[in-house]
Structures are given as structure tokens and as C-alpha cells.
Design a protein around this ligand. Structure first.
Ligand code: 4GT
Length: 220
């Protein structure tokens, strides 16, 4: 999969080089390409923002640099995403859908947003990561990429996707690792019993208990 990211702040994407996403790139499973929108500005000072018509606080990103940047990279099979609080909220299901595309393009808004005409000129899906406002689309872009990358073949083990939160509509059960006792706290006996049927039963019960307590909305 290839992921292009259009942004005015390329330095914000350093974390993509780290950990599991860094390994996904080094092993050729995902290719990241960070593009500076400013490089496409036809303004003599490379300006990419301006005041909103009709007045109001702050600045908007102008349409010309975005239009030229998208024109330069969009292909027939590309999916363009604009992270925005007005989009539908991201879910695990949505992330899995996105992981199936050959080419994703993320457009990062900044300041108060972008000139609305960009959404008339290209087929762009807006996606929100939750009901709050941020200073830019860069962090949401990284959130969306991080979660979709986990569904790209070979990025993490298939087993890791099976018993995690949301995979079966429930939250994940509690987990423990060595040592078996710490500060007087013991790992639940069933987990060291070797009885896999009992372990499965316990985990399912714990998942349901947690989901009831923390996210009863998921059970409706
Ligand atoms: C919140 C979200 C998002 C912002 C979200 C355009 C200029 C949007 C600033 C940007 N805020 N983007 N994707 N909840 N702010 O997903």
C-alpha cells in the first residue's frame, strides 16, 4: 500500500519512522510519502492561507496549492481522505475498509480549515476521530494511519487482530505477564491452570463485564 500525506507541517510525521509503522515501511508493506503543500503554491511568497470571505476568526487554507498537489498525485484507484470533525467517526470497521486500498491520500487541514471548493473538485471522504477540535489534521491523520496499518497484511500477526477490543464488539479482557506475583498481587489462578477451555470462558466473561461497566452502548 502507498500512503501520500499532504501537509504544511511535514516535520510532524517523524513518528511514522518508529516502531511498528517504521518496520512496516522498512519491510515494504506500506510506503509513506510526505508532501509539503507549500511546494505547490503559485504565490510569489508561497502563501497557502488567507482570510475567510464573510469574516470570522483565523485563516483558511487556500484551494490552489491543494488542487495542484492533488492533481499531481491522484490516480484512478486513489482514495482521498480529509480528517475533519465534520466527518463520520472513525471505527475499527472503517480502518479495516481503508486498509484494502492500494493508494491512500491524506490531506491535512490546518488553522480554521480549507476552502470548501476542494471538496467539489475531488471525491474526498471526511473522517473524524472523535467529538473534539484540534489545531490540525496531522494528528488525526496519524491516528487513522496507525489503526488501518494494523489491518495491512503482514504488519502485525493475524492472532493480534482476533482477541482485541472491538474485533468481536466487546472490549478486551485483562491480561497479565511475568512475574506471577508482584507487591502481593497474584495473577488469576485460571490463567496459570493450563485449562484452555476455562481460560476462554474466563476471558469471555471478563470482556462482557468490562463492556457492561465501561461501554454499555456497545451492547445495545
Ligand atoms: C478535529 C478533528 C480533525 C481537526 C477530529 C481542519 C483544520 C480540521 C483543523 C483540523 N479537529 N481535525 N480531524 N476530531 N482540526 O477528527
Amino acid at each position: 500500500m502507498k500512503i501520500d500525506i499532504l501537509t504544511l507541517f511535514p516535520e510532524m510525521f517523524a513518528p511514522l519512522k518508529t516502531s511498528i509503522l517504521g518496520r512496516a515501511e522498512n519491510s515494504g508493506k506500506i510506503e509513506f510519502n510526505i508532501i509539503n503543500i507549500r511546494d505547490f503554491s503559485k504565490d510569489k511568497h508561497k502563501k497557502c492561507d488567507d482570510e475567510p470571505f464573510g469574516g470570522g476568526a483565523g485563516m483558511l487554507m487556500t484551494v490552489q496549492p491543494l488542487y495542484d498537489a492533488l492533481k499531481a498525485i491522484v490516480k484512478k484507484n486513489s482514495k482521498i481522505i480529509f480528517p475533519s470533525p465534520i466527518g463520520q467517526t472513525l471505527s475499527s470497521k472503517k480502518a479495516e475498509e481503508l486498509s484494502k486500498f492500494e493508494h491512500l491520500i491524506f490531506v491535512c487541514g490546518h488553522y480554521e480549515g480549507v476552502d470548501e471548493r476542494i471538496f467539489q473538485l475531488f471525491d474526498i471522504e471526511q473522517i473524524s476521530i472523535g467529538d473534539y477540535v484540534l489545531t490540525g489534521g496531522e494528528l488525526p491523520t496519524m491516528v487513522i494511519i496507525d489503526t488501518l496499518a494494523r489491518f495491512v497484511e503482514g504488519v502485525i500477526s493475524k492472532d493480534s487482530l482476533i482477541s482485541e477490543s472491538f474485533s468481536d464488539g466487546l472490549l478486551e479482557y485483562p491480561q497479565y505477564t511475568r512475574p506471577q506475583e508482584f507487591m502481593g498481587l497474584k495473577v488469576p489462578d485460571v490463567l496459570v491452570s493450563g485449562n484452555h477451555q476455562q481460560i476462554e470462558k474466563w476471558r469471555k466473561e471478563q470482556s462482557i463485564k468490562r463492556t457492561k461497566e465501561n461501554r454499555s452502548d456497545l451492547l445495545e
